[in-house]
Design a protein around this ligand. Structure first.
Ligand code: COI
Length: 356
């Protein structure tokens, strides 16, 4: 555990805590009182500062708005029974953030700066960490090109920001998916593995189309043939097929999910057979028909484990059985919950504890 450095802190004079409905934590609706800021200039990051959450002064010519140099992370912190706060897997999130930054030609963030920034911000907004079942403090680090200029170029100025937001469960019920066989989220060689803003912007249109047809999200397939599964909406996807936990193998088109990695690690330890490989849409349809596909779920930081109720394949709806408490997805979700909360030993050193 690192101790938080004495960053320059400007505390809010008007906390919004009492205006926040902690009983209805719609995802991302409330932002905590403070944010952390640092600027990249002349080849280095400035000493981070913590200020009240609010507007930033910048021109509409900043390069991020025009040419898309903007990346983010999504992490979570949990309140534990002893009152401490647990930031889950900051190292792995930091690794991924730097991979996203590298792919977008943006400067990396040193781990010490990243963890100390998180620590200090969480300490200041400790009362924003919700305590109800399934809730957490969602942490959103982001970096964007802040240089004001219209020429198409890699920016020389960037801003690093961390926001936090108390959140409840992402999906309240199992969701309905449509296999996407026309649009593409990304292609092999593209920035699909990175958490860059454009990946999400480009996904809105196909998702809106699917919503009009009564689905919640799309199940993305490969860009060449729309034959193999990539990921779902904003998450990785996992299936239980013939008793094995099967998930698409990582590629440049698939996000290297931290929840994905955590579930695979825990399942492997339990001796559950795992396959990371290509999964064809036809194999899924076959699994439905012969009832060997028994579970399907999304895995991501925001939703943790999100059960899938229906997958539409080329116009046919296939229904997935409701998961039982003994299902792989609910057992893995419970394990993750217990490791984060301290009810199970943290043998992988995934937890970063902030004593408040
Ligand atoms: C995640 O689940 O990893 C996310 O960051 C989702 C976010 C886009 C809401």
């Amino acid at each position: 555990m690192t101790t938080a450095p004495a960053f320059d802190v400007q505390k809010t004079t008007h906390s919004r805590l009492t205006e926040t409905d902690f009983k209805n934590l719609e995802f991302g609706k409330y932002i905590s009182d403070h944010m952390l800021l640092s600027d990249w200039k002349d080849g280095e990051w400035s000493e981070p500062v913590i200020v009240p959450f609010g507007e930033l002064m910048m021109t509409p010519a900043i390069l991020a708005l025009h040419y898309g140099q903007s990346i983010f992370e999504g992490m979570k912190a949990f309140k534990r029974n002893d009152g401490s706060i647990n930031i889950f897997r900051p190292q792995k999130h930091h690794d991924r953030m730097n991979k996203s930054l590298d792919r977008m030609c943006m400067p990396s963030i040193p781990y010490e700066m990243f963890i100390q920034s998180l620590h200090a911000l969480i300490e200041i907004d400790k009362d924003w960490v919700p305590t109800s079942e399934g809730s957490s403090l969602y942490i959103r680090p982001l970096v964007f090109a802040s240089e004001s200029r219209l020429g198409v170029k890699v920016a020389d100025l960037y801003k690093f920001v961390i926001l936090t937001s108390p959140v409840g469960p992402y999906y309240s019920k199992p969701f309905r998916l449509k296999v996407e066989d026309h649009f593409t989220r990304t292609a092999e060689g593209g920035p699909g593995f990175a958490k860059c803003a454009g990946n999400y912007g480009g996904a809105f249109y196909p998702t809106q189309m699917a919503r009009k047809e009564g689905f919640d999200q799309v199940l993305w397939t490969d860009h060449k043939e729309h034959k193999y599964i990539d990921e779902v909406g904003m998450m990785n996807v996992m299936f239980v097929l013939n008793g094995k936990l099967v998930t698409p193998k990582l590629s440049s088109a698939i996000l290297d999910g931290i929840t994905r990695d955590s579930i695979l690690t825990l399942a492997r330890e339990e001796g559950i057979p795992i396959e990371e490989r290509r999964i064809s849409v036809d194999e899924l349809a076959e699994g439905f028909k012969n009832k060997t596909l028994t579970e399907a779920f999304g895995a991501g930081t925001a939703a943790v484990v999100a059960s899938i109720a229906v997958i539409n394949i080329h116009g046919t709806d296939y229904t997935i059985p409701t998961p039982t408490p003994n299902s792989i997805q609910l057992r893995m979700k419970a394990k993750l919950h217990d490791i984060r909360g301290g009810e199970m030993p943290d043998t992988h050193r995934w937890n970063y504890i902030v004593k408040v």
